[in-house]
Write a protein that binds this ligand. Structure first.
Ligand SMILES: NC(=O)C1=CN([C@@H]2O[C@H](COP(=O)(O)OP(=O)(O)OC[C@H]3O[C@@H](n4cnc5c(N)ncnc54)[C@H](O)[C@@H]3O)[C@@H](O)[C@H]2O)C=CC1
Ligand SMILES: O=C([O-])CC(=O)C(=O)O
Length: 326
């Protein structure tokens, strides 16, 4: 019998954690292996986390081999094969995600170092905590022994939101929509691109007009996080947990043939995105690896949108460099 998959989740007592842990424990990541959860929190939140662990116990999940909790990243990350870095301060109304850079940057410096020292050789690291792309950049910079292709940031929530909007507009179920792409930063500058998307096998652009794409689709997807904060008074949590699982499952077990997912990865210079920035691309995945879908035609409209988001990523990278975080 195989050993359990050791999965670290940080910020485990937070809002996203409360949805995420139960989905992982019930087997939503996929694969045959049982799961061992390694949960990291700050010291004052450990008591609340103990309560969450009691609830996990009470579910009697057959797929859950064990749970360890702690406030020392090096101990919690010991031997982990998948690290879901969720723990970070969320933004509140009136803030942009990049306003969290300084507050959250320090968390990812320490966790990058701990992963470098303690994680399994095959570890995959997926950052959900905001600003996710630049936090992934900080984590990677502080974990020099881990290959660059093991770091990613979550843009799968934006990808799922884009599919949901297009599904509503066309009346076609979400599972018949493929090849959606989010480019750039998980921020208001992101570019949800449906120019390569298929709706039940037909180009999306045959079904929706330019006015809807520019005035409705793009802003709705890009500002969805803000709309949820305004409505709930708190940032999205269940949908963020669901996307965190979708992205990790795709990374570990692959995207379906003829489809791709959006994932922010360390750029190799593809599509003119400067090497080293953590930017969202269309990627295919399989067996724990990913590759950027190549040779998509990018028209002037798409080019300018991608460039604007990448410029913001460059500014964030410059800011964390001046803070000494990378
Ligand atoms: N990439 C994405 O699509 C999304 C990202 N987010 C981001 O995810 C992050 C978490 O969101 P929520 O769960 O709603 O926030 P939350 O405030 O409910 O939970 C965050 C948890 O992280 C913990 N934490 C803080 N510092 C830590 C550290 N050094 N080590 C371990 N744990 C630590 C806190 O104690 C807290 O329990 C936020 O930054 C939020 O903006 C939220 C939604 C979508
Ligand atoms: O908007 C936020 O701050 C939380 C988030 O990242 C999202 O919902 O996309």
């Amino acid at each position: 019998m195989s050993t359990p998959l050791k999965v670290a989740v940080t910020g485990a007592a937070g809002q996203i954690g409360y949805s995420l842990l139960f989905r992982i424990a019930s087997g939503a990541l996929g694969g045959d292996r049982e799961v061992e959860l390694r949960l990291l929190e700050v010291t004052p939140a450990l008591k609340a986390l103990e309560g969450v662990v009691m609830e996990l116990d009470d579910c009697a999940f057959p797929h859950l081999a064990g749970v360890e909790i702690g406030d020392d990243p090096k101990e919690v990350f010991d031997g982990v094969e998948l690290a879901l870095l969720v723990g970070a301060r969320p933004r509140s109304a009136g803030m942009e995600r990049k306003d969290l850079l300084e507050a959250n940057g320090a968390i990812f410096t320490a966790q990058g170092r701990a992963l470098n020292d303690a994680a399994a050789d095959n570890v995959r690291i997926q950052v959900t905590g905001n600003p996710a792309n630049t936090n992934a950049l900080i984590t990677a910079a502080n974990a020099p022994d881990i290959p660059r292709d093991r770091f990613s940031a979550l843009t799968r929530l934006d990808h799922n939101r884009a599919i949901a909007q297009l599904s509503r507009k066309t009346g076609v179920p979400a599972h018949d929509i493929t090849r959606m792409t989010i480019w750039g930063n998980h921020s208001a500058t992101q570019y949800p691109d449906l120019f390569h998307t298929l709706v039940d096998g037909r180009p999306a652009t045959e079904l929706v007009d330019r006015e809807w794409i520019e005035s409705d689709f793009i802003p709705t997807v890009a500002k969805r996080g803000t709309a949820i904060i305004e409505a709930r008074g708190l940032s999205s949590a269940a949908s963020a947990a669901s996307a965190t699982i979708d992205a990790a499952r795709s990374w570990l077990f692959g995207t379906p043939a003829d489809d791709w997912q959006s994932m922010a990865v360390v750029s190799d210079g593809s599509y003119g995105v400067p090497e080293g920035l953590v930017s969202s691309f269309p990627v295919t995945t399989g067996g724990g690896s990913w590759s950027i879908v190549q040779d998509l035609e990018i028209d002037d409209f798409s080019r300018s949108r991608i460039d604007a988001s990448v410029a913001e990523l460059q500014e964030e990278a410059d800011a964390v460099r001046s803070l000494g975080l990378v």
